[in-house]
Design a protein around this ligand. Structure first.
Ligand code: UDP
Ligand code: MG
Length: 327
């Protein structure tokens, strides 16, 4: 229906960090795909503080092709913030975040658009298969998605990355969420609206290496859990109850055996075990509380999410002057 009114604008949002070996191939493939559709489109690259010649390459394609827009962030802020910058500044009626490494094949986009035409506000793309990723990464990702499903009441789709289509309504809703700790997949689901999915096969990276090592992924997982669940805090309470219960049971046992057998002053090993175990539990719970307090601290500073150094092809809105931070 929408097509008859006017070709709507579709925004493709691409966060890039040191992707110099992928940019050209990505540009060719996305251009081919978008030209086959009936939509007008813009491809918004967010340069997330790249240290290689990613930005130069972007400038050179931007000069030749008016579909290409660039947001150059003042430093590396991480993929979640880079995505946020893209969502803030893009103007499309439908918006599609996609990785520059061609792991999410641009050829899937027409399918996303078709579902959007059917009236869905979010069409997410679920990976049926992940090629070219280590079995360890696949296994940990699998565990993470299952774990987070149990931890939070918000239905975060399994095996689904940031690659999806969102309508303008959803983007406007997302723009209201200005928290510092941004687990985008969670936020995308949290806003709701009519959602559907399609499946695709995740390809190997075209070139270059992943920017996420296991330490980063671990922190990303903690971010996801703490942003959407209080369960770790509650777990501390229940663990406390459970340990107290066992302690009382043990006390009863000791009382009875002392009555029956007398006290022969043993108990150093059991004492050490109990002391160390409780010490461990206490430190862990303190750590969990610390994770949340740290996040409260960060949120309370109300710092801008990012700074834009330069923007090409996108108008700057009056309330967001270029060199000022954007909350
Ligand atoms: N990326 C980014 N900032 C970062 C790290 C990554 O903008 O600090 C971009 C990166 O250029 C790519 C996308 O996020 O377009 C996904 O990164 P990557 O392929 O390294 O992640 P993976 O696919 O391994 O999860
Ligand atoms: Mg990738």
């Amino acid at each position: 229906m929408r097509k008859t009114v006017k070709e709507p604008l579709v925004s493709i949002i691409v966060p890039v960090f040191n992707e110099s070996s992928n940019i050209m191939e990505f540009y060719f493939r996305i251009t081919r795909v978008m030209n086959q559709t009936n939509y007008s489109y813009e491809v918004v690259f967010i340069n997330d503080g790249s240290k290689d010649d990613t930005l130069d390459q972007l400038h050179s394609i931007c000069e030749k092709d008016h579909h290409i827009k660039i947001i150059d962030l003042s430093r590396n802020f991480g993929k979640e913030i880079a995505l946020t910058a893209g969502l803030d500044k893009c103007r499309g009626e439908a918006v599609i975040p996609i990785d520059a490494d061609l792991q999410d094949p641009p050829e899937v986009i027409p399918e996303l658009l078709a579902k959007w035409e059917e009236g869905y506000d979010v069409v997410y793309a679920t990976r049926t298969k992940r090629d070219g990723e280590s079995s360890m990464k696949k296994f940990t990702a699998h565990l993470f998605y299952r774990f987070i499903k149990r931890m939070t009441p918000i239905p975060i789709p399994q095996d689904t990355g940031d690659f999806r289509l969102m309508s303008r309504k959803v983007i406007n809703a997302l723009k209201e969420l200005r928290e510092q700790h941004r687990f985008m997949k969670g936020l995308f689901s949290w806003v709701g609206f009519r959602q559907t999915s399609i499946s695709y096969r995740r390809e190997p990276r075209f070139a270059g290496k992943t920017k996420f090592n296991y330490w980063k992924l671990w922190n990303f997982a903690i971010e996801g859990i703490t942003s959407f669940s209080f369960m770790p805090l509650q777990a501390a309470t229940y663990l406390g109850f459970a340990i107290s219960f066992f302690a009382i049971m043990f006390a009863c046992y000791l009382f009875i055996t002392t009555l029956l057998n007398g006290n022969s002053v043993p108990g150093y090993p059991s004492l050490m075990v109990a002391v160390l175990f409780l010490g461990g539990v206490q430190l862990t719970t303190l750590g969990i509380i610390g994770e949340y307090i740290g996040r409260i601290y960060n949120e309370s500073k109300r710092r801008p999410l990012y700074f834009v150094r330069d923007m090409i092809g996108l108008e700057e809105s009056k309330d967001m002057p270029r060199l000022e931070g954007v909350k």
